[in-house]
Design a protein around this ligand. Structure first.
Ligand SMILES: Cc1cc2nc3c(=O)[nH]c(=O)nc-3n(C[C@H](O)[C@H](O)[C@H](O)COP(=O)(O)O)c2cc1C
Length: 305
């Protein structure tokens, strides 16, 4: 009732469905009356064609009797289904349709958010998955690898978040090469303008001369094509707190995006520290490099100095 639902029939009523998806504000859905009253009246053999048969009143009395009975016997706790009885197919369909309809309605009300990644050794992909977890309470989000993405779809995006590394000599990872080419073509033709909101997180290592170059290029290209930066490009240096930089950028991006699309982030998720980070890809010799460290004298075992 705090959400604005008003009982229609008194103390015993058909409660609405209240759906809250992954911490988002709950949404109230009234159960359509024809899904409740008419099937019951039909089962009771009442004439639903005419109100003068008082079929609604009689059906309501039966519902009240059933509710009282269920409270007395706690039937939902003790009921054991007959073994092979199963449910008749036609009884399952209305609920499936209803739940599908309600779920689609909830998702359809949300802004679409595509999280695009390109990765050589799995870090960007893992970050993209984390970003998805942060976005899904507020957006209709999906994660897509650049190699499976058509650049022409950029025109259909609402919110585009890009997480990508740089490889070789400031180049895209292999699974980002087609996207890179497509984006360059698009700019060359300068025919299409895209209007979505976007932000980019660029991974790299300052051990290389062209630090996080590809991510920065994607950021500039999207801006040149007309997209609106909802938050400035984030940079994650492999040698210096890359995960921390990502967390900071991701938190700020979700907040900025919610603001841009008039979504109110719920306080609980906002205050919650992102502790559920998924483990970044396992160690393999070809994905890590050993770097020489400055020589330090062995510490004294007693003093630790
Ligand atoms: C062979 C190799 C080449 C790299 N080239 C660059 C580069 O040109 N610029 C840069 O900023 N980082 C470069 N890096 C660092 C990667 O971008 C960095 O390790 C990043 O975190 C990898 O992310 P990913 O797992 O998503 O591919 C290179 C790394 C390797 C192993």
């Amino acid at each position: 009732m705090n959400l604005g639902w008003k009982p229609k029939y008194g103390r015993f009523d058909v409660l609405p469905l209240v759906i809250s998806v992954a911490g988002a504000d709950p949404v109230v859905f009234d159960i359509p009356p024809d899904l409740v009253m008419e099937p019951i009246a039909e089962k009771l053999g009442l004439d639903t064609m005419s109100n003068s048969s008082l079929w609604k009143d009689r059906a309501l009395v039966e519902i009240n009797v059933a509710v009282l009975h269920s409270f007395q016997t706690a039937a939902w706790l003790t009921h054991v289904w007959e073994k092979d009885r199963g449910m008749e197919k036609k009884k399952q369909i209305p609920f499936k349709i209803l739940s599908h309809h309600l779920w689609s309605k909830t998702l359809a009300q949300r802004v679409m958010c595509t999280i695009l990644f390109a990765s050589e050794t799995g870090r960007s992909e893992s970050f993209a998955d984390n970003l998805y977890d942060m976005c899904k309470p507020y957006f209709n989000a999906k994660v897509v690898c650049m190699k499976d993405y058509m650049v022409s779809d950029l025109c259909n995006e609402s919110l585009l978040l890009v997480v990508t590394s740089t490889f070789g000599n400031g180049d895209p990872p292999v699974n980002g090469q087609t996207f890179d080419k497509g984006l360059k073509e698009m700019i060359k033709n300068s025919a299409t303008l895209i209007e979505n909101g976007y932000s980019v997180f660029a991974l790299g290592s300052k051990a290389y001369p062209h630090f996080a170059e590809f991510g920065k290029t994607v950021d500039k290209s999207l801006s040149d094509l007309g997209a609106t930066r909802v938050h400035k490009v984030g940079e994650g240096d492999e040698l210096h707190g890359q995960e921390h930089s990502f967390d900071t950028w991701a938190g700020a991006v979700v907040e900025a995006a919610c603001k841009s699309y008039n979504i109110v982030p719920d306080k609980e998720s906002k205050n919650k520290k992102e502790t559920s980070r998924k483990a970044v890809q396992a160690w393999t010799p070809d994905t890590y490099r050993l770097l020489p460290q400055p020589q330090t004298p062995n510490p004294d075992l007693c003093t630790g100095q």
